[in-house]
Design a protein around this ligand. Structure first.
Ligand code: CP
Ligand code: NVA
Length: 329
């Protein structure tokens, strides 16, 4: 169904492939309006609040700009500056915010928390990333792929790296819904969990696509149209995990030889932020500690003309606008 009004956006598994299709089309409309400079204050008078228990650049800015473009008032609460979770339960926080705001964005740790927030808020809640899923990122990623290739069904998509993190989990479901062939290219220890794989496979089957787990890089990336990776250690994971992740994931770096093994037209994608160069505080620390030249993607691939990462980042804003409009209108 296309009527998403009043719904929360917590994980893709709550939706149908035609809902995703609708959000992609709506995103294209909003992107056109923005590019043309045409005002679209369709939600004038509404207010939203953005709750972040982890840091963010893209997601926060996308919600802020999209909210203002739609005519809404926007409140941002950073990690640590509200009572939530410390002096006040999630249920009480939700009960209060739901009376003041028309919609709530939440980025935090467990998926259960965002589900609980939605249960008590009685207004739409949008999941801006949990340990398990990152659903708003998915609409942007599918849009970026469709804009680039002109179609989605039948594309070969390969995720390399920590294939059981939030982004990989969500990509597996998103690709299945869009009829894109999904391969998790990772060591066995970091394959996505079996129950989620089974759910994604059931969806993919109906869309005529496949879900594959493959540890052999050559096999996994042959004929790939999209090479996607993410940071090797996610927010909320302990720093001590870097050593073992580096050991496990070094063979799964996206580099020149991976790109050469893929389809000639293959693109590189990354949700960002990325450690493709060391000019960050944490990047520098990791490089120094482990003596690594490069991590999940080489700077060469990141900067190449196959890389669509900044278009992908821009698309976060257009697609978050579509998600808010569809659920608040
Ligand atoms: N891709 C993404 O969600 O980035 P931020 O952590 O900057 O929001
Ligand atoms: N997997 C990453 C994604 C950041 C957008 C993390 O959770 O830190």
């Amino acid at each position: 169904g296309k009527n998403l009004s009043g719904r929360s956006f917590l994980k893709l598994l709550d939706f149908e492939p035609q809902d995703v299709r609708y959000l992609l089309d709506l995103s294209k409309d909003f992107k056109r309006l923005k590019r043309a400079g045409t005002p679209h204050r369709y939600l004038e008078g509404k207010n939203i609040v953005l709750l972040f228990e982890k840091t963010s650049t893209r997601t926060r800015c996308s919600f802020e700009v999209a909210g203002r473009d739609l005519g809404m008032g926007v409140t941002y609460l950073d990690p640590g500056s509200s009572q939530m979770g410390k002096k006040e339960s999630i249920a009480d926080t939700a009960g209060v915010l739901g009376r003041m705001y028309d919609g709530i964005e939440y980025r935090g740790y467990s998926q259960e928390l965002v589900e609980e927030l939605a249960k008590y808020a009685k207004v739409p809640v949008w999941n801006g990333l949990t340990d398990e899923f990152h659903p708003t990122q998915m609409i942007a990623d599918l849009l970026t792929m469709e804009e680039h290739f002109g179609y989605l069904k039948g594309l070969n998509f390969v995720f390399m790296g920590d294939a059981r993190n939030n982004v990989a989990n969500s990509l597996m479901v998103a690709c299945a819904m869009a009829g894109v062939n999904f391969t998790a290219c990772a060591p066995q220890e970091l394959f996505p969990k079996a129950d989620l794989v089974a759910q994604a496979r059931a969806i993919a089957e109906r869309q005529g696509s496949t879900v594959t787990l493959e540890s052999d890089v050559k096999k996994a990336t042959a004929g790939a149209h999209v090479l996607y990776t993410d940071i090797w250690v996610s927010m909320g994971e302990p720093d001590e995990i870097w050593a073992s992740r580096i050991k496990l994931l070094q063979p799964y770096q996206v580099n020149r030889s991976v790109m050469e093994n893929a389809d000639k037209q293959a693109i590189f994608m990354h949700c960002l932020p990325s450690f493709h160069d060391r000019k960050t505080l944490i990047g520098e620390q990791i490089y120094e500690k482990f003596g690594l030249a490069e991590m999940e993607v080489t700077d060469e691939v990141f900067q190449s003309d196959r890389s669509v990462v900044f278009e992908e980042a821009e698309n976060r804003m257009h697609t978050i606008k579509a998600i808010m409009y569809a659920t608040l209108k």
